[in-house]
Design a protein around this ligand. Structure first.
Ligand SMILES: [Zn+2]
Length: 232
């Protein structure tokens, strides 16, 4: 049997105790050589230590998290899904916080100055790099990006108080991110299933309902509300 055939891997590894090590070495070499390059563009003027440190942390986060984000999304399963070899991150004076423009991650230098500890925001933008969705509702796209940032990178610390009576699953960003985390925990494989749906033009909500055994987005939210004791 081939070592690339997952079934029977255990048997094969037992019969060939050294070969998995050799294979792991080869895999490591392949991964290392395919490492993501991050191009950091700093403004011509006004670069202080804070911005330098933020940029360095951003670069490290992008390199570390590209394979993790890909794994969380099931990225690479669709035809034409190829890992980026280079990601450009531009720090510049602008309004807002950060966005992915299809070619580069743009980060506001004013935001960095007032939130120097917030470098995890680049992982949210990195999710958009791999999503590249078209015709998918924005609340879903942003919710997945915040699910990966806050649930996976920041270990479930969403930094908001969820009020199931007042909030809605399509509120986008952290609220949707939190909601998707609950749904993924209950129905593992949901996020990759939704990513596949988004990439193949299948309706997100239909895909959600199918994966969650007939419980749609609103029904699942109502389930969460019913399971949460009312605080007085
Ligand atoms: Zn976003």
């Amino acid at each position: 049997m081939s070592p690339f055939d997952l079934q029977g891997w255990g048997e094969w590894a037992q019969a060939n105790p050294m070969k998995p090590l050799v294979l792991a070495g080869l895999l490591w070499t392949a991964l290392a050589s395919a490492a993501l390059e991050v191009k950091v563009v700093l403004p011509a003027q006004g670069v202080d230590d804070k911005l330098q440190a933020f940029a360095a942390k951003s670069e490290a986060l992008l390199k570390e998290w590209e394979p993790k984000v890909a794994a969380a999304l099931g990225f690479g399963a669709q035809k034409g899904e190829v890992h980026p070899t280079t990601i450009t991150i531009i720090f510049r004076e602008m309004k807002g916080v950060a966005y992915w423009d299809g070619k580069a991650i743009n980060v506001a230098t004013q935001w960095v100055a007032s939130h120097p500890e917030d470098s995890a925001l680049v992982v949210h933008e990195l999710v958009h790099v791999l999503q590249a969705y078209r015709k998918v509702p924005g609340w879903f796209t942003e919710g997945v990006a915040d699910y990966i940032r806050f649930q996976l990178l920041e270990q479930g610390k969403f930094g908001i108080r969820i009020d199931l009576a007042k909030m809605k699953p399509r509120d986008s960003y952290r609220v949707t991110g939190w909601f998707l985390a609950q749904a993924e925990a209950k129905h593992p494989g949901l996020i990759p299933a939704l990513h596949t749906a988004a990439k193949t033009g299948v309706d997100i909500e239909q895909a959600f309902t199918r994966h969650c055994q007939g419980r749609g987005v609103d029904v699942f939210w109502a389930d969460l509300a019913a399971a949460t004791p009312v605080k007085k």
